[in-house]
Design a protein around this ligand. Structure first.
Ligand code: NAP
Length: 291
C-alpha cells in the first residue's frame, strides 16, 4: 500500500493560523528583523517569503538589506543595534553570507534570547544539554511532521542522514530527547544503506538528489526528506527517491510541500516564543552575548 503523504503545507498552515490567534491576543506585535547581505537571488526569495509569512500572522517584520561589500564590523554593529532594540524580538541573519564574512562571529554576536534561527552556540548547547532553547527552525519542523504521523518515537530506531549544525545534529538531538535510538550517518558512514534498512524513522538531510533508494527503506518506516535539490532540468527533488520509497514507507514527505513550508512557520513560532519570554522578563537562555 502506498505511503500516507505528510502534507507540510497543511501542517504549516494550521500552525500559522494558531500563531495568528495567539498573536492577536497580545498587546504588542512581536518584531522580527531579517538581515540580508548581498544580492543572492535565492536568499532574496527566502527573505521575501519570510516577510510575507510574518505579516500574515501579525508579526512586524523588517528586512535590513546591506551590500555584499559591507565590512564585517558594520554587519556586527547592525546586529548589536538589533540586540539592543526593544521592538525586535527575533533576529535572523540570512545565510549563506557572501564570501569574506566570518559567519560564526556574526552568529555568535546575536543575543541568544533573540536567536530565532537557533544557531548561536548558546541555543545549540542548550538543545544538546536537553534544556529549553530556541530550536533551529527546520529541525523543529521535522519533529512536528513526525508528530503528525502519530509515530511513537520512544524506543524506535531513527537514522539521521547528515550531521550539519543546521539540520542533522539538531534533528538527532530532538529525536534523542523524544527517546528514539538515534544513529547519525554521514559521508564517512561505511554502509549507509544497511543503517537505513534497520530504521523505523529516516530523516534525510544530505543535499544529494534522490540518494535514498526504495530498497533502503524498511516496510512501514516513516521517511522525512529535508533535501531541496534543483536538477539541471529545473525539477526540484529531495534527498529521497520519492517514487521508489513511497511503496515501502508508511508515511513520507513530498518535495516540495513537505519540510520546506514548515521551516518558515517554525521561525514565526520561535519569534512569538522569544517575544513572550523576553517581554515577560523571563529569559530561557544564558546571559546576553557581548557586543
Ligand atoms: P550540509 O551542511 O551540506 O550537510 C550535508 C550533510 O550530509 C553532511 O553531514 C555530509 O556529511 C552529509 N553527506 C553528504 N553527502 C553524503 C553522502 N553521499 N552520504 C552520506 N552523507 C552525506 O547540508 P544541510 O545544510 O544540512 O542541508 C541538507 C539538505 O537539506 C540540503 O538539500 C538543503 O538544501 C536542505 N535544507 C532544506 C531546508 C528546508 O527548509 N527544507 C533547510 C535547510 C536545508 P559530512 O559531514 O561527512 O560531510
Amino acid at each position: 500500500m502506498p505511503a500516507e503523504l505528510i502534507d507540510g503545507r497543511a501542517v504549516a498552515e494550521r500552525l500559522r493560523a494558531a500563531l495568528a490567534l495567539r498573536i492577536a491576543e497580545l498587546s504588542y506585535k512581536p518584531g522580527l528583523a531579517v538581515v540580508l547581505v548581498g544580492d543572492d537571488a535565492a536568499s532574496a526569495v527566502y527573505v521575501r517569503n519570510k516577510d510575507r509569512a510574518a505579516a500574515s500572522v501579525g508579526i512586524a517584520a523588517r528586512t535590513i538589506r546591506l551590500p555584499a561589500s559591507t565590512p564585517q564590523s558594520e554587519l556586527m554593529a547592525v546586529v548589536a543595534g538589533l540586540n539592543a532594540d526593544p521592538d525586535v524580538d527575533g533576529i535572523l541573519v540570512q545565510l549563506p553570507l557572501p564570501t569574506g564574512f566570518d559567519t560564526q562571529a556574526v552568529i555568535q554576536s546575536i543575543d541568544p534570547a533573540k536567536d530565532v534561527d537557533g544557531l548561536t552556540p548558546t541555543n545549540a548547547g542548550l538543545l544538546a544539554a536537553g534544556q529549553p532553547a530556541l530550536v533551529a527552525c527546520t529541525p523543529s519542523g521535522v519533529m512536528k511532521l513526525l508528530a503528525e504521523t502519530g509515530v511513537d518515537l520512544r524506543g524506535k530506531r531513527a537514522v539521521v542522514l547528515g550531521r550539519s549544525v543546521l539540520v542533522g545534529k539538531p534533528v538527532a538531538a530532538l529525536l534523542t530527547a523524544a527517546d528514539a535510538t538515534v544513529t547519525i550517518a554521514h559521508s564517512r558512514t561505511a554502509d549507509i544503506e544497511a543503517e537505513c534498512r534497520r530504521a523505523d524513522v529516516v530523516v534525510a538531510a544530505v543535499g544529494r538528489p534522490e540518494m535514498v533508494r526504495g530498497s533502503w527503506i524498511a516496510e512501514g518506516a516513516v521517511v522525512i526528506d529535508v533535501g531541496i535539490n534543483r536538477l539541471a532540468d529545473g525539477r526540484l527533488v529531495g534527498d529521497v527517491a520519492f517514487d521508489e520509497c513511497v511503496g515501502h514507507a508508511r508515511a513520507i514527505t513530498p518535495v516540495p510541500g513537505g519540510v520546506g513550508p514548515m521551516t518558515i512557520a517554525c521561525l514565526l513560532e520561535n519569534t512569538l516564543s522569544a517575544a513572550i519570554s523576553r517581554r515577560s522578563g523571563f529569559s530561557r537562555t544564558l546571559p546576553k552575548a557581548s557586543g
